[in-house]
Design a protein around this ligand. Structure first.
Ligand SMILES: Cc1cc2nc3c(=O)[nH]c(=O)nc-3n(C[C@H](O)[C@H](O)[C@H](O)COP(=O)(O)OP(=O)(O)OC[C@H]3O[C@@H](n4cnc5c(N)ncnc54)[C@H](O)[C@@H]3O)c2cc1C
Length: 420
């Protein structure tokens, strides 16, 4: 089996090492345009839970990651001098170059062939390969060259952002909001090593223009942003590294497979930087692709499995959230200080929680029946099919949905999407 992997980012390297460990006879080559220690950006961050998954799949790289990472547990939102702290999260971070270095080392130990400073012109270069993994990042040439097949959609978000670093130590994941005469500027920050932190600066297009960032060089913009966050930086400087202002593109593809070619990582789908999960998702794609090969063996079957195994119908996913959040919205109408939360709870189940009218747990099984109402339509009007629809969508994806609640204190709907 000859495998060519275009792109030596976290996605490409992690698939290479997992596959080579499992099937040492495979001839695997990673082609990367940059040098091994060349990298854009600063730090990456993982949750404790993600590290647990890495431990399961490759203990050696997990141990190396664990040794190299800085840990913290709190998320702070800072606005107008007020700090709202949310504890117990469990994050860890390290520099991207450290992560790539330890994945490269592990690939080398296992016998993966890595060719740096190799620009892959296209998939035609790998005609003799049995499998071509396009892990070539957000601007994937493979995806763009074959747009008619992959049918990508790109939703360019309106805000501007740039990725900077600093020497400022931080004790939590920080979201600093600053009001300026030109508008609000936000910094998403976390420490990833002793004396090194990532500062992703985000602002609306209007504010960005009023600051004149559109015409400034990196050297000109740094002191301007330093002045905005002077208090938070406490004398530390910001550092640029090819830090262009960009609009975040949310990329999705209709299919991830074309013959023996498969997209993974940012080439396949992007995750907004505010959730700090792009690296994790690229590595989880590598795991999913590896699992498809473990389950199916042959290339065509494994890729067909990968293409459908994770696919969640985006229209249905939207309808599911609209129903659950709409439900929470409705049942918090009469609550003094309504609160609706969306998150991931134990065992990776998603949850939509509110502090509204709630329900009696004795009737929890009636909740998902069509036209089964626990409150009168006069009190809370609705179609009576929202939760039944939500359950159908979840089941269609092979998941489960359940609820907890109490009258007068709110409800929490948990669901899993164990996709087909
Ligand atoms: C502002 C910002 C902040 C972020 N913050 C975080 C964060 O905190 N945590 C996190 O986990 N993620 C973060 N990310 C996202 C993260 O960087 C990516 O999601 C992640 O690196 C995706 O991994 P990948 O392997 O798919 O692609 P990449 O890491 O982009 O790797 C692709 C590789 O392919 C190579 N390549 C591309 N084309 C070719 C070619 N033709 N020939 C040879 N080589 C090629 C590139 O040089 C690159 O090394 C952030 C992203 C941005 C923009």
């Amino acid at each position: 089996m000859k495998v060519s992997i275009i792109g030596g980012g976290p996605g490409g390297l992690y698939f290479a090492l997992l596959a080579k460990k499992q099937w040492p006879e495979w001839d695997i080559t990673v082609l990367e345009r940059n040098r091994p220690d060349d990298t854009f950006g600063f730090g990456v961050v993982f949750s404790d839970e993600t590290l647990g998954t890495f431990r399961e799949y490759d203990r050696a790289s997990y141990e190396a990651i664990r040794r190299a990472f800085a840990y913290w547990g709190d998320v702070d939102v800072v606005y107008k001098g007020h700090v709202i702290r949310c504890g117990g999260n469990g994050f860890c971070g390290c520099s991207r170059v450290t992560l790539l270095g330890l994945l490269q080392k592990r690939c080398a130990e296992l016998g993966v062939n890595m060719q740096f400073r190799h620009e892959a012109a296209g998939i035609e270069e790998f005609g003799d390969s049995d499998l071509i993994v396009a892990a070539d990042g957000i601007n994937s040439r493979v995806r763009e060259t074959h747009r008619a097949h992959f049918r990508p959609s790109v939703d360019l978000r309106p805000n501007k952002f740039t990725w900077l670093g600093s020497t400022k130590p931080l004790d939590a994941f920080k979201y600093f909001f600053r009001e300026t005469p030109h508008g609000i500027v936000l910094a998403h920050c976390y420490q990833y090593e002793k004396g090194a932190s990532t500062w992703v600066i985000e602002t609306g297009a209007d504010t960005w223009e009023k600051f004149g960032f559109d015409t400034m060089t990196e050297d000109e913009m740094l002191p301007v942003i330093e002045r905005v966050f002077a208090e938070e930086l406490a004398g530390h400087k910001l550092i640029a590294n090819r830090s262009l202002w960009r609009n975040f593109p949310t990329i999705r593809n209709e299919t991830w497979v074309m013959g023996k070619v498969v997209l993974i990582g940012d080439a396949k789908a992007t995750a907004h930087f505010s959730i700090g999960s792009g690296t994790k998702l690229a590595m989880e794609d590598a795991i999913a692709l590896f699992e498809s090969f473990r389950a199916k063996g042959a290339v065509a079957e494994a890729l067909a499995h990968f293409d459908t195994a994770l696919s969640i119908d985006p229209r249905l996913a939207r309808a599911l959230l609209q129903n659950l959040i709409g439900n929470a919205w409705k049942f918090t109408q009469k609550t003094g200080t309504p609160r609706i939360e969306f998150g991931v709870g134990p065992e990776s189940a998603f949850c939509v929680r509110d502090n509204g009218a709630g329900f009696d747990m004795a009737y929890k099984d009636k909740l998902f029946g069509a036209f089964q109402r626990l409150h009168s339509p006069d009190e809370f009007p609705g179609t009576g099919i929202g939760l039944a629809t939500a359950q159908r969508i979840v089941r269609r994806h092979g998941g489960q949905i359940w609820a907890e609640g109490a009258i007068g204190t709110g409800a929490c709907f948990h669901f899993t999407l164990q996709p087909r």
